[in-house]
Ligand binder design. Structure first.
Ligand code: SF4
Length: 347
């Protein structure tokens, strides 16, 4: 009896990778999922923190998809290696700081390395020709296969019939006739296939699988790089860009001000790393100070924090300034008027 072929499938948590995986599983292939954690993933972070998203299930969609499909999921931390993809993308960025083509190439290459070490025969992705303006064009798809080193080992079951036959088809591990020829931006074929498989619940596509497609997030990341004078970052930096109101009065510092209770709790976890401010005479938010503020900067930071407290109309608000090592003092300040905070300070 010939051995059962093995494939590793890139699981983002969205519908396309779920369908592509299922199509290959239906062919009797042993499939395991792989999900790369870059630090920019949308999954289960701000959704879990913010109240406004409370109606959405607080789940990691990649894990959830793997569970629905009944496959193993390997979640792999690529935070450090991903920096080079983001900072120096050979094929440039999309509409924001999303280096989609280089990102896809990187992920397929990582999946290839992973699969070669473990005896997997091919790689599956949920890409669809023409679905995304840059990374999923007909002419970029072979480039991703080639530059990742995967070549014919990369199978895209949802649009395979629009592409040259791959190794899995040539070897008969999957029957090309059971694959699909989806193309373009319409989601209707995917929804019909989801219906056919009986998938009633799946993550709705919302522009992209990571924060780098988000304009406001990308602006904050550019601002961080500019203020630091280097296009580098740590995981905490990029996690904090997902949370709070960011106000930068000067190149020396910016404030990250919680907008609601969930964000207050989240930012509290960083009080040992950043100087933090909190109004004590009135209810108000917690704010972190990122940078190297001087004494006058801290007074300004306190006035801005007071502006977002219940004491915004008061003549004086007490603001506690706490250093990361725990030393604290209280400043009495006049809250800044909304119109005195220039729009350009809002990152
Ligand atoms: S949206 Fe983000 S994770 Fe998805 S391909 Fe683009 S850069 Fe990569």
């Amino acid at each position: 009896m010939s051995k059962q072929p093995k494939a590793v499938s890139l699981i983002s948590g969205g519908l396309d990778s779920m369908l592509a995986t299922k199509v290959v599983m239906e062919q009797g292939v042993h499939v395991e999922g792989i999900n790369f954690f870059t630090g920019f993933c949308v999954e289960g972070h701000t959704h879990a923190i913010r109240k406004k998203d409370s109606s959405r299930p607080k789940r990691n969609n990649a894990l959830w998809v793997a569970e629905q499909l009944g496959i193993k999921l390997h979640i792999i931390d690529v935070i450090d290696e991903y920096k080079d993809v983001l900072v120096n993308p050979k094929h440039g960025y999309g509409a924001n700081l999303n280096p989609c083509q280089d990102c896809k190439t990187f992920m397929v290459r990582k999946a290839l390395e992973w699969s070669e070490d473990r005896g997997f025969d091919f790689i599956v992705t949920g890409e669809v020709v023409g679905q995304r303006p840059k990374s999923q064009r007909r002419d970029t798809m072979p480039v991703i296969a080639r530059e990742s080193g995967a070549g014919g080992r990369l199978l895209r079951p949802l649009c395979a019939k629009n592409l040259e036959p791959t190794l899995a088809e040539r070897e008969g591990w999957v029957d090309r006739e059971t694959l699909y020829d989806f193309s373009g931006r319409s989601r209707k074929p995917q929804m019909a296939l989801a219906d056919a498989f009986g998938f009633e619940d799946y993550a709705q596509p919302a522009g992209g699988c990571c924060f780098l497609t988000d304009e406001s997030y990308s602006r904050k990341l550019e601002d961080l790089w500019q203020a630091r004078g280097s296009r580098d970052y740590e995981l905490d930096d990029i996690m904090l860009l997902k949370v709070g109101r960011h106000i930068r009065p000067s190149g020396r510092f910016k404030l990250i001000i919680a907008r609601e209770e969930g964000e207050v709790r989240y930012l509290e976890g960083y009080r040992n790393q950043f100087t933090s401010l909190r109004t004590v005479s009135h209810n108000g938010p917690l704010a972190l100070v990122d940078g190297e503020p001087g004494e006058q900067d801290l007074e300004l930071a306190a006035r801005i924090t007071a502006r977002y407290s219940r004491g915004r109309e008061a003549d004086s608000v007490s603001v506690e300034i706490r250093r990361p090592e725990g030393a604290a003092r209280v400043l009495e300040v006049r809250p800044m008027a909304a119109e005195a905070i220039p729009a350009r300070w809002h990152v």
